[in-house]
Design a protein around this ligand. Structure first.
Ligand SMILES: Cc1cc2nc3c(=O)[nH]c(=O)nc-3n(C[C@H](O)[C@H](O)[C@H](O)COP(=O)(O)OP(=O)(O)OC[C@H]3O[C@@H](n4cnc5c(N)ncnc54)[C@H](O)[C@@H]3O)c2cc1C
Ligand SMILES: Cc1cc2nc3c(=O)[nH]c(=O)nc-3n(C[C@H](O)[C@H](O)[C@H](O)COP(=O)(O)O)c2cc1C
Length: 450
């Protein structure tokens, strides 16, 4: 066989070889880089225990600040933290909110109930260096209770504090500044600009409707708001609006958004609260009574990741709530109904059907049109025995199981006292702790309770 050496082909082959070599080197480098980025014991973990996303957002910023100093840092939820991770980590910054009465947020309940309850011999952590940023609100009896408990537990396990715990009262800027400076010091960066909360927009109230005339309870209004510049911000069903009231501008109040952007307006369901001295609540009084059509309402929308539909968008939905909790559920239901997902079961509770059947026409129209597969109502004071949504759940236990087995997600919105605890206890009895834990871990059991 005669081998002819064609210079053009030879050149082509040389190019191919060169290209292959270049690709291999790039791959090898990429693998090295990847290996370098994979979590190792020298990484910095920023663990958040968050219910409505404040601690989570601060964790993301904290990890980013560490990264500007060249440290390999990542933020993760306490839901993902286990004993093996704790034993492997050398540096963890914790950002922990408190819920209930000094309790852990839902995402941290498993960790608090297992690792933290386990005792010193289970998790001895002398190699760990840590710091805690505790988020809370001094209006609650057990201020920063979970952050304090976490800090004390880490100390008992033999871990070393990088610096003293910092407690934050309702997002206090001074305390957050102190945390930012400490983290900057760890990262070796001292010139990072101060973290600033997102600015408020100026909104006006288009419409305010009393939803429960004659109610034995406090008045509850549906408000429709539009931004004065006419540009609606983006939000998703499940998100929150923060309102800064003129009487208490430093402490915004949260409201579950009851509409979707396609409605062209932001709707809230706001209960008028009374303070101990009988005066109206700072924010609910402003929204329900004092603000007029010409008033500017300072409002910003806030992602509430833990209450969005996310992967549950196509699953059957069991929506459970009471009172103003209908707001968050209505946002979720509207989002599903516009996407033509009608596998929705709403269980809703209030006081008396005659006065408190909130948004009755809308809910009954949804039911009649098949947008709600089921609508079950509990009016607590319409009979001698008090009847709540948790009773509905227990009565429908077989159906709850059937829906969950069909893949349903469960969303709960409304009062923490009474409702959320009662619903949780009913779900525990109906589904069992293992199945309920698994649903929570899968993101199929989500709560917006206050
Ligand atoms: C995630 C989330 C979602 C929410 N969604 C909704 C919703 O959709 N609809 C809704 O209506 N509410 C909702 N809330 C509650 C809302 O944020 C406010 O807490 C509520 O409107 C009361 O605020 P306010 O400013 O009117 O009352 P405040 O002025 O804060 O007073 C409220 C109560 O706190 C007590 N209090 C506060 N400060 C003092 C003080 N200095 N001295 C004595 N007592 C005091 C009083 O007992 C009073 O009854 C939600 C809360 C959260 C956390
Ligand atoms: C229903 C409810 C209960 C709360 N209970 C407490 C409490 O017992 N102690 C406390 O310090 N803060 C308490 N807080 C305040 C939160 O911890 C605080 O608002 C925190 O910034 C929320 O952060 P997150 O968005 O990361 O969940 C509570 C808040 C709510 C809405």
């Amino acid at each position: 066989m005669i081998l002819t050496l064609d210079p053009v082909r030879l050149g082509g082959a040389a190019l191919l070889v060169a290209a292959w070599l270049a690709l291999s080197v790039a791959k090898w480098r990429g693998r090295r880089r990847h290996r370098h980025m994979a979590p190792t014991p020298t990484d910095w973990l920023v663990i958040h225990a968050s219910q409505t996303g404040n601690a989570e957002a601060l964790a993301t910023r904290t990890a980013a600040l560490l990264a500007t100093g060249g440290l390999a840092a990542r933020a993760a939820s306490m839901a993902a933290l286990d004993d093996a991770m704790l034993r492997a980590a050398k540096h963890i910054l914790f950002i922990a909110s408190t819920y209930g009465e000094g309790d852990a947020p839902d995402a941290a309940a498993r960790f608090a109930g297992t690792s933290m309850a386990g005792g010193a011999d289970l998790t001895h952590l002398p190699h760990l260096h840590y710091a805690v940023l505790a988020l809370g609100d001094r209006n609650y009896a057990n201020f920063c209770g979970f952050g304090r408990a976490l800090d004390a537990w880490l100390d008992r396990q033999g871990a070393t504090r990088l610096f003293e715990r910092i407690d934050v009262d309702r997002g206090d800027a001074h305390a957050l500044g102190a945390w930012q400076r400490q983290v900057g010091r760890l990262a070796g960066t001292f010139d990072a600009p101060d973290w600033e909360a997102p600015a408020y927009g100026s909104w006006r109230i288009l419409e305010r409707v009393l939803l429960n005339p004659g109610s034995a309870g406090a008045p509850l209004y549906k408000l429709a708001l539009v931004p004065i510049d006419g540009v609606l911000p983006a939000w998703e069903a499940g998100d929150l609006a923060q309102v800064s009231a003129p009487l208490d501008p430093g402490h915004p109040r949260e409201y579950s958004i009851a509409s979707i952007p396609a409605d062209g307006r932001l709707e809230l369901l706001v209960r008028l609260q009374r303070r101990a001295d009988g005066g109206p609540g700072a924010a609910s009084g402003w929204l329900c009574e004092q603000a007029g059509g010409a008033s500017l309402v300072h409002l910003r929308v806030r992602a509430h990741e833990r209450f969005r539909l996310k992967d549950n968008v196509r699953r059957p939905l069991i929506a459970i709530g009471n009172g103003s909790g209908l707001a968050g559920l209505r946002g979720l239901l509207k989002a599903r109904i516009v996407s033509k997902v009608h596998d929705n079961w709403l269980l809703f509770g209030e006081r008396n059907a005659a006065h408190d059947f909130l948004l009755r026409a809308e809910l009954e129209a949804w039911r009649a049109a098949g947008c709600l597969a089921r609508l079950d109502l509990a009016f607590s004071r319409d009979q001698v025995e008090r009847r709540y949504v948790q009773h509905l759940l227990r009565e429908q236990a077989a159906l709850v199981i059937e829906w969950v087995e069909r893949g349903a997600a469960i969303y709960v919105c409304g009062s923490l006292q009474g409702m959320a605890g009662g619903v949780h206890a009913a779900l525990l009895d109906i589904l069992g702790p293992a199945r309920l834990d698994a649903l929570a871990a899968e993101g199929r059991y989500r709560r917006d309770v206050y």
